[in-house]
Structure formats: C-alpha cells, structure tokens
Write a protein that binds this ligand. Structure first.
Ligand SMILES: Nc1ncnc2c1ncn2[C@@H]1O[C@H](COP(=O)(O)OP(=O)(O)O)[C@@H](O)[C@H]1O
Ligand SMILES: [Mg+2]
Length: 265
C-alpha cells in the first residue's frame, strides 16, 4: 500500500524533538523526543495518564504542541491539519477504536480511503484487509456498531490501512479485549508490519504484548521518556522484568503494578 519511496538519506521515518503538549494548564507531555525507523514497530509503554495518547494526537495533528517539532519523511508536520497528515501517509487508530457505528463494515473501510483516487488500489487494499481479518469480510454488510469490541478494533486498524499509510499510530489496541483476542490482534499487527512493510508506532499499557511485538521501545512516565532501548534489551532489564512478571501474575491488567513503580532508572 506504500506508494512513496523511502528517503535515501537514512533518516528516521518519524521523529519528535522536545515536544510539549498541554490541555489548558495541564502539561501532558514534556520534552518528548523519539524516533521511528522505517520498517520497524516502535512502542511507547506507560501507565494510564502517562501521556501516550497525547503523543499520538500531537503527531496526527489533532492537538497542536506548545513546543518542539515533528518530522515525517524529512518534512515538518508540526501542527499541520490532520487531513494533510493522513495524505502524507500517516494514519492514526485512536484509543477506543471510534468506528462509524451506523455505517456498514464495508463503508467504514471506504471512509478510510476517502482521500484516494486510485480505485484499483482501494479495491486491492480492501482485499488485503479482508485477508488479514476474514471476519470483516463475513460481516461486510453489517453495521459496524453490531461488531464485538475485538472486531471493532480489527475494523479500526483496517480502516487505517485503507488510507495506504507508510506509518500507523496504534493507540492501545488491547484496551478492553480478552487476552486471547489481544494476542490475535497483535499477531496480525506484526504480520502487517512484516508482510506489508507498514511501519508502526504502538502505545500500550500492556507491556508484555508490546515488548514481544515491537523492535524498539520507549518508557513514558508523567509525560517524559525515562528509558529507551531495543525491546530485546528492555525485556532483560530488572525494572521492566519486575513489572513484566508482576503483570503476568496479575493477568493482562498491569495498571496497579505499574502505578506503584516510582522510578524506572
Ligand atoms: N482532553 C483532556 N483535557 C484535559 N486533560 C487531559 C485530556 N486528555 C488527557 N488529559 C490529561 O493528560 C494526561 C495524559 O493523558 P493521556 O495522553 O490520555 O494518557 P495515556 O494515553 O497515557 O493514558 C493525563 O493527566 C490526562 O488526565
Ligand atoms: Mg491513552
């Protein structure tokens, strides 16, 4: 689905430099710098309220940053119009999925492709998402509001794919889903990355799933990045292991454990 060639100078696909965003007086992210390389799955881990969704909203243009800059494919996209950013090849799957409940699954998918003129490409990509998520083909004519939570998450990811993005921002796909469904969805996210070449920036509270699926990880605490490394190395770190194991002992919901953790360094 990617139509724009890679930049030749080897710079990251996406980079944030000292980005600060706020809601009125509440500073939600403070001096966030991170990079996503073309072809990888990068993840931002953090507890509820850490600022994960704010990072994604700031990248996709829903929220203008107070400070800092955001570069996508070598071009500044800081505080640009969300529709423009989608056209550049950057799609956002928001927290809580937000499908159009009264539209059919098929029409939801077409909404994802509304900026595209290549009808053949749209038809081909519809086929691709149906192959990733066969249940969506079965439910194509049903209203999206009738889908289960997991199926709506599949639809939200598929709708983002229909824009033929080079980078997908994925906000907590595991939220509210059973461990089994979460695993299924993560497996397909990894397949989309490996087979389709789509770069992914995933934010998650579910460190277990995110660290296994991703290549590179950042740990966000109170709006600041406090640690970053390859996920292979993050999985070996004591702080992360403690949390990671703690989370295992509690099942998939690790929030309480994560909140207790005062210091990642
Ligand atoms: N619309 C909003 N208005 C005011 N404060 C908000 C709003 N959205 C988020 N916040 C605050 O910003 C901080 C970061 O929130 P958020 O980015 O949603 O965190 P996360 O996605 O990691 O749970 C939190 O303190 C949250 O309460
Ligand atoms: Mg969030």
């Amino acid at each position: 689905m990617s139509t724009t060639p890679a930049p030749v100078n080897g710079e990251p696909l996406l980079s944030l430099l000292n980005v600060e965003s706020a809601y009125g007086p509440i500073k939600a992210i403070r001096g966030v710098s991170l990079q996503v390389k073309r072809g990888e799955i990068a993840t931002v881990l953090g507890s509820n309220g850490a600022g994960k969704s704010t990072i994604l909203k700031t990248i996709s243009g829903i929220l203008d940053p107070r400070k800092g800059s955001i570069t996508f494919k070598g071009q500044a996209i800081t505080a640009q119009d969300p529709a423009y950013i989608v056209q550049q090849g950057l799609s956002h799957v928001p927290e809580g999925r937000e499908v159009f409940a009264l539209l059919s699954v098929h029409d939801n998918l077409l909404m994802g492709a509304y900026t595209r003129k290549d009808r053949d490409g749209v038809a081909r990509d519809m086929e691709t998402v149906f192959n990733y998520f066969p249940i969506l083909r079965e439910r194509a004519t049903q209203d999206a509001g009738l889908l289960s939570g997991g199926q709506q998450q599949m639809l939200a990811i598929s709708r983002a794919l229909m824009a033929a993005p080079e980078l997908i921002l994925l906000d907590e796909p595991s939220l509210g889903l059973s461990p089994k469904l979460t695993k299924e969805i993560f497996e397909i996210v990894v397949r989309i990355n490996r087979e389709h070449g789509t770069t992914i920036l995933l934010v998650e509270q579910n460190a277990n799933m995110a660290l296994n699926a991703s290549d590179y990880g950042y740990v966000l605490e109170n709006g600041r990045i406090v640690m970053e490394d390859t996920c292979a190395r993050l999985r070996e770190k004591d702080d992360i292991r403690e949390f990671y194991l703690g989370m295992k002992a509690e099942g998939v919901r690790g929030e309480r454990r994560w909140k207790k953790k005062k210091n990642w360094r």
